[in-house]
Design a protein around this ligand. Sequence first.
Ligand code: KG4
Ligand code: ZN
Length: 347
Amino acid sequence: MNGPIVLGIETSCDETGIGIVANGVLKANEIASSVEEQARFGGVVPEIASRAHLEAIEPAIERACATAGISLTDVDAIAVTSGPGLVGALLVGTATAKALSIGLGVPLFAVNHLAAHVVVDELEHGPLPEAVVGLLVSGGHSSLLSVRDGGLDIELLGQTLDDAAGEAFDKIARLLGLPFPGGPWMDKAAQEGDAHLVEFPRGLARDESHRFDFSFSGLKAAVARWIAAETKAGNEIHVPSVAASVQEAIVDVLTVKAIDACVFSGVSDLVIGGGVAANSRLRVMAQERCDARGIRLRVPSPILCTDNGAMVAALGSRLLTRGVPESPIDFDTTSTMNVSLISRSRE
Ligand code: KG4
Ligand code: ZN
């Protein structure tokens, strides 16, 4: 194989992801998920996630190497998510990455999970233009980003003031009796529903002082109130139509603000990343609204939107080829990490 081979490790939440990128091309993307073990608790239990990572990580690395047709000694660099995420879960990945880096004698890049969610798009749609707007929508984050220099220079334009978009999907799904994680179930249920059954609030849609910020906790409260009132009145709740109406409210405000951020920044490319970017209605509405404004839309395939190791390998590959200094072996693993810090370097 020509060009550097980078192995990426992702363990920030409940997916153990191992990706291999060779010369900028995706060769393997192995994912082992503990979501079924988490489902009965209705959320991610950190200790269960950490233990599941411990069990899954070595076999996942072996499978990824087999799929890519390489042996570990062919790897030129290791990249690993060092934050943000659950510390116990992150530690499994970072400890493995440090051991591999020392054992193989190759550089190590401790990367930012959020930046990786944006840069992963390059694996499918080629290099990012010099300036793009990133809409990052996951279970833990909802942010609008100014992304420059192929993802190596990221600035926060705005973010959620309370719940993340994925969190809103998950919490409202729970109110509707749908399984965890609720986002994909809401998406599925909504396909059979009437999105205009209820006009739920679009948080901060017209608040100029929070032009690029989001708020979804009011939506969750409005849905709870609506369900309580309907139940009290003896009306049956049509779950697909409530799911569709909620999805419409979330997707509407996300796309309006993302396009406004493009116009404001004078950029004509929008990248959407993170688990919620797998949402079918978000993909359709974003495309329609981008087309109407002459904005090019880039959204990775759903499997690259939810947490995976390919995104970490993609960012590691970019850092390596751009000559960015490797991370020190004693880098910290922390639950929070500012999106503008793309990878950990010696302070
Ligand atoms: O990026 P991700 O896999 O993990 C985090 O970094 O948080 O995102 C997970 C989130 C969950 O809240 C999940 O419900 C949501 O993404 N999600 C979806 C869909 N697929 C995943 N939300 C709406 N529609 C989907 N199809
Ligand atoms: Zn994520």
